[in-house]
Design a binder for this molecule. Structure first.
Ligand SMILES: [Cu+2]
Length: 389
């Protein structure tokens, strides 16, 4: 299925067990739902996920993810339809099933710098020096001693790397997962509309039979590292680690690192340096086709140090706005559907959660032109705010 039609933006596989209540996610007791309000119980174990990069789940020889015959898997995924017509597709996946009795089982742990949100995103505001980095971290302490035998990662556009480290051992690096980006000719950069900064085509994944040995309760740190010069909105920093419980693994503090780490990443042609991409605003022409626009239609309303915008189904009440420097803008969400406000391009990056009611307020201190959209309805809901000098 070419992404000119549909794009499988991401997919997460969860194991519910034989019946609801059998399993629990290993890092989240519950999740904050897409509406930023509802709490969802963590009734299933997240064990694999892929973004646009389609990372494979790979375990070293001799290890497996244990499944009972009666286990039920659930998929949660997002499709992006790039055409204004109903389409239909199948999701195909391949599983290697091994019934060898002597496999060592692994437990999947989802490490995420914004964990336990249904949409675990954050914003890199940008405005840093060239080469500067934005670093967000997540600490994880395994409940039992064991060995981390495999892992991979997920970043969005602007990502530099995900790093796993061991703070109790001088914060030594255990492993890095780095993105590889498509060539400028790759469909991610060519298929219109471009609705978000394209993600990588591949991430480093790694396996080790020996494993990184960690004691029960010992801290392991995930660092999500992004370019801090430009704004990057709604980004993620996620690593799933596969952990083999092993009572002997904690015996020697800061044990030598494994010598058998194997890494791999897609062989497809690509770029290693994080490309600079400006996300345009998109509108519809008379024939309903997506076209790039520099601003939404309508006159520009002028305001001073304060402005309030109603977020309706499917528009912003003030699509073109000019405000004084430092103005506080509040977006009032009136529903009934979920919406958000997200920077596409501009001097500083920000975004709101998804809301069907409530208010999001942001002070715009940096002059310039902010092009915004609702990330859920990016073609129909656009806004341009000029912050005067
Ligand atoms: Cu919306």
């Amino acid at each position: 299925m070419p992404i000119q039609r549909l794009m499988l933006h991401h997919i997460v596989f969860l194991n519910v067990g034989a019946k609801l209540g059998d399993k629990q996610d290993r890092t989240c007791d519950s999740f904050t739902g897409l509406d930023s309000r509802t709490t969802i119980p963590g009734f299933a174990e997240r064990f694999y996920a892929a973004g646009e990069e389609r990372i494979e789940m790979e375990l070293p020889q001799g290890y497996g993810y244990k499944n009972a015959t009666a286990d039920n898997w659930v998929m949660t995924y997002m499709l992006m339809n790039h055409r204004a017509e109903t389409d239909r597709a199948y999701i195909q996946y391949t599983v290697t099933y091994d019934d060898a009795p002597d496999l060592t089982p692994v437990d999947p742990y989802w490490l995420d710098v914004r964990d336990c949100w249904a949409d675990p995103v954050y914003d890199v505001p940008g405005g840093g020096r060239p080469g500067s980095l934005d670093v967000q971290t997540k600490s994880w302490k395994p409940p039992v001693s064991g060995r981390i035998v495999a892992g991979g990662g997920h970043v969005h556009g602007g990502g530099e790397e995900l790093r796993l480290s061991q703070p109790g051992c001088g914060d030594r690096t255990l492993q890095r997962s780095k993105p590889k980006w498509g060539l400028a000719s790759h469909p991610f950069y060519r298929v219109r509309p471009v609705l978000h900064e394209p993600g990588p085509i591949g991430m480093t994944r790694w396996t080790t039979q020996q494993g990184f040995r960690v004691a029960a309760g010992e801290e392991v740190k995930l660092s999500s590292i992004y370019d801090a010069e430009l704004p990057h909105t709604r980004v993620m920093g996620i690593t799933i680690v596969y952990f083999a419980p092993d009572a002997t693994a904690g015996a020697q503090p800061c044990a030598p690192l494994p010598t058998d780490v194997r890494t791999s990443r897609t062989k497809a042609p690509g770029r290693l340096a994080t490309p600079v991409v400006t996300v345009p605003l998109t509108g519809l022409d008379e024939r309903g086709r997506a076209v790039q626009i520099s601003r939404p239609p309508g006159r520009t309303e002028r305001a001073g140090r304060r402005a309030s915008v109603r977020v309706r189904d499917l528009d912003f009440s003030k699509p073109n706005l000019s405000v004084a420097r430092g103005a506080r803008i509040s977006w009032d969400f009136r529903g009934p559907s979920l919406h958000d406000v997200t920077l596409a391009s501009g001097p500083r990056g920000f975004s709101s959660h998804h809301y069907d009611r409530g208010r999001y307020t942001k002070a715009l201190d940096t002059p310039g032109t902010y092009r915004l959209f609702c990330s859920l309805h990016p073609v129909s809901m656009t806004q341009r705010i000029v912050v005067r000098r």
